[in-house]
Design a protein around this ligand. Structure first.
Ligand code: C5P
Length: 420
């Protein structure tokens, strides 16, 4: 515990402290002092009206950092992005109805809201306003929107307000704001449970050329594989997504476009050795035309005879060469006994987990935004009922992380170095 009584996540953290123009802005001075005592580096950002309530000189002296107020009059050319990128945490205390609305609407009208939009750090919003405003549906709905997006909200206290009124809307004590700040940082660290791990994910159905314009493929939309890649990157992993369907790269997410099973096999082979977890969510064609025509086959030449040959089984190949401590996850889209088929494939392909889904069921599998799966390991079969593909992705990643920990005899990632 540090002198401020916090468990210490604020120590060495860069905290952007946004102060909006409510009467509680005067409490920002005390909050700045306590954050500094907890070891944080505080960068105060004031809205124009906040400057009427609290002196910039006060906050700047307490923070040993210039107070920023404008998008345009700072020494930095683009202060919002540099602040947003540097921040480990952004606190808005007090947050007024206007700042909450602008943040929810993405209206970057001042430096504070622009910084909120330009950061990937956790954000703690501490609303403080008169009871009537606090209870207004506009404020409630804007806060619900922010919460849904993962913003932490510290509910105001009930007590004496400006003008002598008593009611809900009072900024909580500084100690409670510090506690909430610690909790936001802890939640962020927990969310990054895949940090330090490398994931290779495949997505989409492969396309196997018949001639210059036609191909054989399947109904896979690539949505489940993409959801897994995105969720893993957000949980801190370095992810490569080998995909037959277009996907946006992002932070910690590289996208390698491929089309055929052979291209996918080559892309995977080049990267698999470095991966801690490989998730083969792609629907790889099992057969391809043996001799695709280089030009378009003409109708007038009659119905072509297409001779098929097997494609390389990428997952089975990885299973045969699997290095200790690596986790292989396969998928099985089935129309019969999903668990029995998943178990069979787990063995035959040398995978550690097999995610089975019954693609004959409504709202499950190919093309849908929802899925229902059974995650089969050597020791268990865990059913995940109908959920969004994002939720299924989280469950698959949880199971892969548990396998990895079991295989390596200890917690990988931030809690312990992966033993490769
Ligand atoms: O054998 P089946 O196609 O049902 O197996 C499905 C699993 O095997 C999926 O994880 C899929 O990505 C993978 N697979 C593969 N290479 C193939 C066929 C399937 O890696 N040629």
């Amino acid at each position: 515990m540090d002198p401020a009584g916090s468990p210490g996540r604020l120590r060495s953290a860069t905290v952007v402290l946004g102060v909006a123009g409510g009467i509680a802005a005067y409490k920002a001075a005390e909050l700045t002092r306590r954050l500094v005592e907890a070891g944080a580096h505080v960068c105060p950002v004031l809205t124009e009206s906040a400057e009427r309530f609290v002196g910039a000189a006060t906050l700047s002296a307490l923070a040993s950092e210039p107070v920023r107020t404008s998008l345009f009059e700072e020494p930095e050319p683009i202060p919002h992005t540099s602040l947003g990128q540097r921040a480990d945490l952004v606190i808005v205390a007090p947050a007024t109805a206007r700042v909450i609305a602008a943040y929810a609407a993405g209206l970057s009208s001042d430096l504070l809201v622009a910084t909120l939009l330009a950061t990937r750090a956790p954000v703690l919003v501490c609303p403080a306003m008169h009871t009537e405003m606090w209870e207004h549906p506009a404020v409630r709905e804007n806060l619900a929107t922010l919460r849904r997006r993962g913003v932490h909200v510290l509910e105001p206290d009930t007590g004496r307000l400006a003008g002598g009124d008593v009611g809900a809307g009072r900024l909580p004590d500084t100690a409670r704001i510090l506690e909430a700040a610690e909790a936001a940082l802890a939640a962020e660290a927990g969310r990054r449970d895949l940090a330090g791990l490398r994931l290779l994910v495949t997505a989409g159905g492969t396309r196997e050329p018949v001639d210059a314009v036609r191909y054989l493929s399947n109904r896979s939309s690539g949505k489940q594989g993409r959801a897994i890649a995105l969720a893993a990157a957000e949980r801190g992993a370095e992810v490569v997504l080998v995909s037959t369907v277009p996907a946006e790269p992002g932070p910690r997410l590289e996208v390698v476009p491929v089309e055929t099973a052979e291209e996918m096999a080559a892309a995977v082979a080049a990267r698999a050795a470095g991966a801690d977890v490989v998730v083969m969510a792609a629907a790889v064609a099992d057969f391809r035309p043996k001799a695709p025509a280089a030009t378009k086959l003409k109708k007038r030449d009659g119905v072509p005879e297409i001779v098929l040959e097997p494609t390389p089984d990428i997952l089975a190949g990885l299973g045969a060469r699997k290095r200790p401590g690596q986790v292989l996850v396969g998928f099985a889209a089935e129309t019969g006994d999903v668990v029995a088929e998943a178990r069979r494939k787990l063995e035959s392909k040398g995978a550690d987990l097999l995610v089975g889904n019954d693609v004959s069921a409504h709202e499950v599998g190919f093309g849908w935004d929802t899925n229902a799966v059974t995650i089969v390991s050597r020791t268990a079969a865990v059913e995940v009922p109908l959920s969004s593909k994002r939720e299924i992705a989280e469950a698959v990643l949880d199971a892969a992380l548990a396998e990895l920990r079991a295989a390596r005899g200890g917690p990988p990632g931030p809690q312990g170095e992966p033993q490769t």
